[in-house]
Design a protein around this ligand. Structure first.
Ligand code: HEC
Ligand code: HEC
Length: 151
């Protein structure tokens, strides 16, 4: 009796395996999010950052309120940022104009970028390296789509 049921189980498994061969198989390009074979090395297409000058840049949408705005203009001319130079500040450090945006003019950095020294607003050291939080954008095909929608 025992032997018979084992045989039956083996036969059933084989039949199940055959009839469901397709849905049960996970092919290697469906294993991850990238939808390419795990044996391939996905190489993103080469791309260039836009060479839009700041005065023609306009602004890009923000992902959510208080997200660091994306840089809408070229930055290659203004790098590197180091202890000796920070060209972003030449245009964006305008403590007297905080909150006053004008089209085609550099957006003044907001109050959060400063500390108070007496009556003066001085750039906060932790905000010195702008590109930690603000990044330029390029028109690229994403390897994996992002469906995130902010407020
Ligand atoms: C020559 C002046 C200039 C320099 C240098 C410059 N910017 Fe700008 N920036 C602008 C102007 C002009 C705008 C947007 C204009 C508009 O609103 O039409 C802008 C927009 C931005 C914005 C978007 C602001 C928003 O409200 O969405 C960010 C972020 C920014 N710049 C960051 C940087 C960083 C970081 C650097 C240095 C790597 C830099 N900028 C260098 C002039 C400049
Ligand atoms: C630690 C992250 C961080 C760093 C570093 C940083 N920022 Fe920002 N920035 C933000 C965030 C977050 C916002 C949006 C919320 C706010 O205004 O505080 C912002 C807003 C801005 C705005 C838009 C202001 C407005 O009123 O709409 C400008 C312009 C800007 N930053 C420029 C700069 C520049 C130039 C530097 C470098 C000197 C810099 N930021 C460094 C996080 C950062």
């Amino acid at each position: 009796m025992k032997r018979k049921s084992t045989l039956f189980a083996v036969a059933a498994l084989a039949a199940f395996g055959l009839s469901n061969a397709d849905p049960a198989v996970i092919v290697d390009d469906n294993l991850g999010l990238s939808h390419v074979s795990v044996f391939d090395t996905a190489v993103p297409d080469a791309f260039d950052y836009p060479t839009v000058d700041p005065k023609d840049a306009g602004v890009l949408p923000r992902s959510w309120e208080d997200a660091p705005p994306q840089i809408p203009h070229r930055i290659d001319k203004y790098l590197p940022l180091n202890a000796q130079q920070n060209k972003c500040l030449d245009c964006h450090e305008e403590p007297d104009k905080i909150g006053k945006k004008a089209k085609g003019k550099p957006t003044p950095m907001s109050e959060t970028h400063y500390v108070k020294e007496g009556d003066e607003l001085v750039l906060a050291n932790r905000r010195y390296v702008c590109t930690l939080c603000h990044t330029p954008q390029a028109n690229v095909n994403t390897l994996v789509d992002n469906t995130f929608k902010g407020d």
